[in-house]
Write a protein that binds this ligand. Sequence first.
Ligand SMILES: [Zn+2]
Length: 383
Amino acid sequence: MTQKLYENDSYIKEFTATVTSVEEDDGKFLITLDKTAFFPEGGGQAPDKGEIKGIPVLDVQERGDEVVHTLATSISLGEEVKGVIDWPLRFSRMQNHCAEHILSGVIHKFFGYNNVGFHMNDSLITFDVDGPLTAEDVEKVEKEANRAVFENAPISVLYPTAEEFENIECRSKIELNEGVRLIKVEGFDTCACCAPHPKGAGEIGLIKVVNFFPNKGGTRIEMLAGALALADYSYLHLAAKAIMKQLSAKREELAQSVAKLGDDLAVARGEIKKLSEKLAAASLKTEHTERAVIGFTPDADFNALRNIANGLTGEKEYVALFSQNGEDNYNYLIATKSGDVRELVKALNAEFSGKGGGKPDCAQGKLTATSPDTITEFIKTKL
Ligand SMILES: [Zn+2]
């Protein structure tokens, strides 16, 4: 049985232990020690990283009452070895896991919702609660959770007896079994958990909800705390400063300035569209046959072709418009006021490796031709 040092002291960064078993497994080595400060994967938290005798620890898993460390190279049975935890990573996980407890505890206290899912990686923590939350609710919860930080609420590990457990208000719906481990954040939350936590909420630093959205009838919350929240703030701060500089905007005007930029852009795009259509109409070169107007204009999209066609449909039975987009590539739009364009479109596609179609009165597509004349001559044979 491995003595789990992390259960009663979350702050052990280095320790000395004796190797109690070594087992080869697919080119790697599974090692147990008489005691360890390496937290194995569990309770939604990834296993600790670090080194044993200078060898990187690849994985840590619980197997029965043993903690199994996976190493790339072997060490000797009975050897006394030094273990070193990747402390910045572990501490960040402690900050974030504990922040999740506090947020869940506050949500439970305010709204009675239960935590129904928890996922933690080293860049984002997500958890699910079984009820809806508004933006105001989330703001209120976040504020209350940070009060735990500002007041440095004490955090303790409890192993209650059955009698003691009766009188403990515990968020997790658990049956008391032998050795249940509770994490209590004084005044904010008590919940069963196997992971290491800090001894005071002040160590968590900022608790920030970065996103939330409805999920399966409840709410999914994405959060960051401590070192992760600081890194996120630094990133967003730099991005905001760069945008403020580019827009010559003050921080309190930032959102408005970006919104205005979007509006200005929409107006400018509208103007460009109108001008492009005017240009396409002005550049149009047409040839009239008995039944059709055949026109060519450069760089017009289908909307522009449609607008031009609308102005020409009164002139002949058919309007066939082409816009050269690229060397031998053309957009086409064929319209008719009383006939059916589908036969012509089918023939055009077949002759000029085209693609497209539409309704009897109007169709559009793309084709490839060596010159406008070849297209015009072909249409004359058909109409
Ligand atoms: Zn937990």
